[in-house]
Design a protein around this ligand. Structure first.
Ligand SMILES: NC(=O)c1ccc[n+]([C@@H]2O[C@H](COP(=O)([O-])OP(=O)(O)OC[C@H]3O[C@@H](n4cnc5c(N)ncnc54)[C@H](OP(=O)(O)O)[C@@H]3O)[C@@H](O)[C@H]2O)c1
Length: 225
């Protein structure tokens, strides 16, 4: 069965991804900030291993990659993110807020992807996924706030486009997925995480090389840049 590494697998969408993939018999490598605070993850039946990973520490990504050396991984799913500064208006944002958002949501996925490249190259599916957000869409998004979060996800998208070009030579498919409908209004109900996750899984498992570098919602609709 295929294998997947999921960051932020202890709660929210990451936990749901881990649940669904484990249920389908995949090997799940769950990367979480606090391994002692992952009871729901630990209770999942199947081939799930739990590893420590703090996106704010490059040594943590190095250690995770070292522990997985020589192990092929089909899909790497960068799901962990912080939205801590999401509600802050411009005049309340601090340098620490920017650092947290840009390190966790933008640089950390790129750093970890670079460390796990040998594992992806050795895997069959060679699929690198980032969970982004329609808030990254500079052409369509009209919210007045969420400044640091939006900037971090827009920058993440740009980094993934870079990887799409740089890693095309060895067949890596770099996907950007959004768990919320691209066209939904701000007041529309959000999808259940189970529905969003199964939609994104369908896109991950059927991805072809021409999908590399695309930005889609969980239903497969394009999210404008
Ligand atoms: N939910 C939505 O409606 C929605 C909409 C659009 C996009 N997204 C995106 O979907 C992804 C998952 O969202 P979610 O709603 O499931 O988020 P969530 O419930 O807030 O969970 C965030 C996950 O990221 C982890 N994380 C945060 N900072 C970390 C760090 N420094 N090191 C390691 N892990 C860290 C958290 O770990 P801890 O438990 O240790 O904090 C947690 O596992 C995110 O990328 C988010 O931007 C979500």
């Amino acid at each position: 069965m295929p294998s997947i590494l999921i960051t932020g697998a202890n709660r929210g969408l990451g936990l749901e991804f881990a649940r669904q993939y484990a249920e389908d018999g995949w090997t799940v490598i769950a990367a979480v900030r606090n391994t002692a605070d992952a009871a729901e993850l630990a209770a999942i039946k199947g081939n799930v291993t739990i590893h420590r990973y703090n996106a704010m520490e490059d040594s943590s990504a190095d250690a995770l990659a070292a522990s997985l050396e020589g192990q092929p991984i089909d899909v790497v799913l960068m799901n962990a993110a912080t939205a801590a500064a999401k509600a802050k208006p411009l005049d309340a944002l601090t340098i620490d807020d920017w650092n947290d958002a840009l390190l966790t949501n933008t640089f950390a996925p790129l750093y970890l992807a670079a460390r796990l490249r040998p594992n992806l190259e050795a895997g069959e599916m060679k699929t690198l996924v980032a969970v982004s957000d329609r808030a990254a869409s500079t052409s369509t998004y009209r919210m007045p706030d969420e400044i640091a979060y939006r900037a971090s996800k827009a920058a993440l998208n740009q980094m993934w486009r870079n990887l799409t070009v740089e890693w095309r030579e060895w067949g890596c498919k770099c996907l950007l997925l959004c768990p919320v409908e691209a066209a939904s209004t701000l007041t529309a109900p959000q999808p259940l995480s189970g529905e969003a996750v199964s939609g994104m899984r369908g896109l991950i498992e059927t991805a072809t090389p021409d999908k590399s570098g695309t930005f889609s919602d969980y239903r497969g609709n394009t999210v404008p840049w």
